[in-house]
Write a protein of this length. Structure first.
Length: 301
């Protein structure tokens, strides 16, 4: 028994980590593609392999209870079959978060990635190893997993997502050493790819957006049940933090995505607000997001 006891102690001393994501996965193909029965079977296998990666991987050393898992959904739409197991696709990725004392889930992130290319063959499994390159699709999925965890962390504590964003940065760095892969570099057309999502998130210039993210959710939405006026004031103050960021970096993918995710929600938040507050919020949103000025008009209705 004296010999067994140390082994028992070691067994119970080993930390047990839980999965962090609750991810719904769907794989489909462009209706214009002439997809064979075999390819349909392959896509179903691909769906299961992605589901396994997203929901069974332990992404961090943090302990998540089942009810604390981050809810997300991804849809991989195959747009081109190049033969030899090579595919091109679009990836729609959405992250949501529950609001305290309600049955409502707010959208944290909803993004369409149009730069997804990968190789997949039957019975292939995806496995992610930290600080090691596996393949492009695994890396893309791991990037969005960490990005989702980062946003969720920021929404519950100030800059709470930093460790997860750091992991996403590592994935981008590894990807940049691989030639010919799209979505990982600053030099690509436009600034709406994976590189800029995480580059902006980790820049000091964008820290007010991350603080806004926390105050919008914790001081705003999570308090709506207890005190709507106080919660609305907190949300208005949070959005004000975006003005200077947007002036310095107009049209950034991060602010654009935040506002796109919240546009309909803001209409409900300020539905019962005083007319002056509605007007002030709408004018501010129009300055930050002039391309969608007409859409904010609904808040005044």
């Amino acid at each position: 028994m004296k010999l067994i006891a140390p082994f028992i102690a070691l067994f119970f001393a080993v930390p047990v980590f839980s999965q962090e994501l609750n991810c719904d996965v769907n794989v489909n193909s462009n209706p214009a593609l002439d997809v064979t029965t075999v390819e349909k079977e392959i896509f179903e296998e691909l769906k299961q392999a992605i589901f396994q990666l997203m929901n069974s991987t332990t992404w961090s050393k943090d302990d998540f209870e089942v009810e604390e898992r981050v809810n997300c959904a991804l849809q991989l739409s195959i747009i081109k079959v190049n033969g030899g197991g090579n595919y091109e696709a679009n990836l729609q990725f959405q992250v949501t978060r529950p609001v305290y004392n309600t049955t409502y889930n707010t959208t944290l992130f909803n993004f369409l990635d149009e730069d997804v290319s990968f190789t997949y063959r039957r019975n292939q499994q995806f496995n992610f190893t930290e600080n090691q390159w596996g393949d492009n699709l695994t890396s893309i999925l791991a990037f969005y997993s960490y990005y989702a965890l980062g946003l969720d962390g920021d929404s519950f504590s100030k800059l709470g997502g930093t460790p997860y964003f750091d992991q996403a940065v590592n994935i981008v760095t590894l990807a940049q050493s691989k030639p010919g892969l799209k979505g990982w570099r600053s030099s690509e057309k436009g600034r709406k790819n994976r590189y800029w999502l995480i580059e902006n998130a980790r820049q000091e210039l964008f820290e007010p957006l991350r603080i806004c993210f926390y105050e919008y959710h914790r001081d705003g939405l999570d308090q709506m049940y207890d005190n709507q006026n106080k919660a609305r004031n907190a949300i208005e103050a949070a959005i004000k933090k975006l003005v200077d960021v947007n002036n310095a970096r107009p049209g950034s993918v991060n602010i654009s995505n935040f506002l796109q995710s919240k546009r309909k929600e803001l209409k409900g938040v300020f539905k019962d607000a005083e007319r002056k507050q509605k007007t002030d919020v709408v004018n501010m949103l129009r300055r930050i997001d002039p391309a969608n000025s007409s859409k904010y008009q609904e808040i005044l209705e």
